[in-house]
Each structure stands twice: as structure tokens, then as C-alpha cells.
Design a protein around this ligand. Structure first.
Ligand code: ZN
Length: 309
């Protein structure tokens, strides 16, 4: 799959959350894709942002922002299969943050049998789930490179591939997690509906997504890290509510939380000129500041939903 393959076969989409057509769509951002920059690295998680996007529109019915036209589903799957992986430090910090954000939900969960994480990367969150008391943890991850980078103790729990509902038993999970992945899939609605069917009664679905209405993202505009070719839809609380309740799940909460990363990583995300970024990078490295952990509310949302009895 080359960049040109991705760009030549763009397809018009309807709203991936509510199904409304182009008559209900308002322009959000015009397409800006530079094929020269769209290399394999574009589809790795937590990489340096490029501020490129397909044509983005806002659905007036459910407020989801989505890419249309966009690459077809099989092309997107292939791009993730081939993606490079380079961010294990950040993956560990992210897993801790998500574990903390979910702590009270997990503490209140009656049964901690099976847990599933869709888009598990190196599977670091599976370790967090084991520590939280889950008996069986399973991750699904399309990138073999991410799986190769997994802790050998966790690797056997990761299935390589795109999530397919038929691979799992209906009503068999007490918890299903999908973190920073829902923006990347071609069709998030069937995915969340599948999660709903795979959950046991009282089981929880936990989603972490960006929030395009978050203050930082609004201020940065096109320079926000959420503006990226890999994001086929971008959510806000209203669109997440629609997505989750449409899948017959009850909302527990949708709220922002602080992400903790090393200063070095925040610097990578900042919309600064390259020269200045490099200078600051050297300064932070020389002073040891680069490893300092900083928690910021940057417009990420945790959605927790429960399968009703
Ligand atoms: Zn919609």
C-alpha cells in the first residue's frame, strides 16, 4: 500500500455515528494532504503530528466531525498493519493515566473475569488490567511491530489483526476498552455495537477519544494534534453520547482528564517552528527537564458506559 493508493481511492462517507448524509454536513476543515509527508510513519500511534487532514465536515445531527471523502476501510487497515511503532515510553505513561482515570469504575465492577482491549498496541494496559484483578485479558492489535515490542509476558495475550466481533463469544466480557483508536477506524458505530453485544450485563465499555470542542484543540485549530490524516472522525461529548446510547449502552460518565507525559513528549506535540523545537529539545535534555512528567488537560475524553440488565 503506497501513499498514492490511499489518496487515489477516496470514497464519500456518511456520518459514521448517526448515518446522516452530506445534506446534514457543514465544512469543518478543507483537505490538506501532502503525499510526500504521508509516509508509513503517519499511521503509527502517538507520532509527531503533521497537521494534515482529509476534507473534514461536521454532522449537524450529532456533531461528529468526520472525513469525507476518505480512504476505504481495507486501505486504512492495511496502513495500520504496516505502521511503524516507536513510542513505548509514552504508551506506558498513557496506560497508567487511563488506569488512574478508570480506577473508581473498575473498583465498582462486580465481576472481573474477562477484559478486552481493542487497539492494544504493545499491550501495556493489559498489565494494568491484570494488576486491577482481571482473570483473563485479551488485546487486539493490527500492527505486528507493536506486538513485537510487547513485554514477552503480555505478548501471548495479544491477537494480531483488526477487531472482528465473530472472534469472540457474545456476552463474555466484563470490560471492553478502546483507547485512542475510535478516531482511526473506518466504521466506529458497528464497532461500539459489537462491544455492546460482547459485554455481559453490567459490564463496562471504556473509550478514550479526543474532544474537538476541548479548549486547547479549539485554540490550536489546524495546528491541533487532532487534525491528522489518521483521524477519520473526531468526537465531542454530544457525538459520543449518541454513539454509545445508539449501541444500547447506558452512559456512566463522559469527562475530560489530565494526560501525564514527559516534557520531551509534550514538546513534540507543540505547534512550534522546527528550529525552536530543536533548541528547546536540547535545552530540556541538557537540564534533565525532558523527563519531567507533566499532567495537562489537553482535550481528551473518557467515556464510561454500562450494559443494562
Ligand atoms: Zn451524525
Amino acid at each position: 500500500m503506497t501513499t498514492l493508493d490511499l489518496l487515489q481511492k477516496l470514497e464519500d462517507r456518511v456520518c459514521p455515528v448517526c448515518g446522516s448524509g452530506p445534506d446534514k454536513a457543514t465544512s469543518f476543515l478543507k483537505q490538506s494532504v501532502d503525499p510526500a509527508k504521508l509516509d508509513a510513519f503517519s499511521y503509527a500511534s502517538r507520532k509527531t503530528p503533521e497537521y494534515m487532514s482529509f476534507n473534514l465536515v461536521t454532522c449537524r445531527d450529532c456533531q461528529t466531525v468526520y472525513a469525507s471523502p476518505a480512504p476505504p476501510a481495507h486501505a486504512v487497515s492495511q496502513a495500520y498493519h504496516e505502521a511503524d511503532y516507536d513510542s513505548s515510553d509514552e504508551a506506558v505513561l498513557a496506560a497508567r493515566t487511563y488506569g488512574d482515570a478508570l480506577a473508581r469504575d473498575l473498583a465498582g465492577l462486580g465481576n472481573k473475569g474477562d477484559a478486552l482491549e481493542i487497539g492494544t498496541g504493545t499491550g501495556v494496559f493489559l498489565s494494568v488490567l491484570q494488576a486491577a484483578g482481571f482473570t483473563r485479558v485479551t488485546g487486539v492489535e493490527p500492527s505486528p511491530k507493536a506486538i513485537a515490542a510487547a513485554d514477552p509476558a503480555i505478548r501471548p495475550h495479544i491477537r494480531e489483526g483488526i477487531f472482528v466481533e465473530a472472534d469472540f463469544t457474545p456476552e463474555s466480557f466484563d470490560l471492553i476498552c478502546c483507547f485512542m483508536t475510535l478516531e482511526h477506524v473506518s466504521d466506529p458505530r458497528p464497532l461500539v455495537e459489537a462491544c455492546s453485544r460482547l459485554l455481559r450485563e453490567d459490564g463496562l465499555l471504556a473509550l478514550v477519544t479526543h474532544d474537538y470542542k476541548g479548549p486547547v484543540n479549539r485554540i490550536l485549530g489546524r495546528r491541533s494534534p487532532i487534525i491528522d490524516v489518521e483521524h477519520l472522525q473526531i468526537f465531542c461529548p454530544e457525538s459520543l453520547q449518541r454513539l454509545v446510547t445508539g449501541a444500547k449502552l447506558d452512559i456512566v460518565r463522559i469527562e475530560s482528564f489530565a494526560n501525564r507525559y514527559a516534557l520531551r513528549y509534550w514538546l513534540r506535540l507543540m505547534p512550534l517552528p522546527k528550529g525552536l523545537k530543536a533548541q528547546l529539545g536540547r535545552l530540556f535534555a541538557a537540564t534533565g527537564l525532558e523527563r519531567k512528567l507533566i499532567g495537562l488537560r489537553v482535550g481528551n475524553l473518557l467515556t464510561v458506559a454500562r450494559k443494562p440488565r
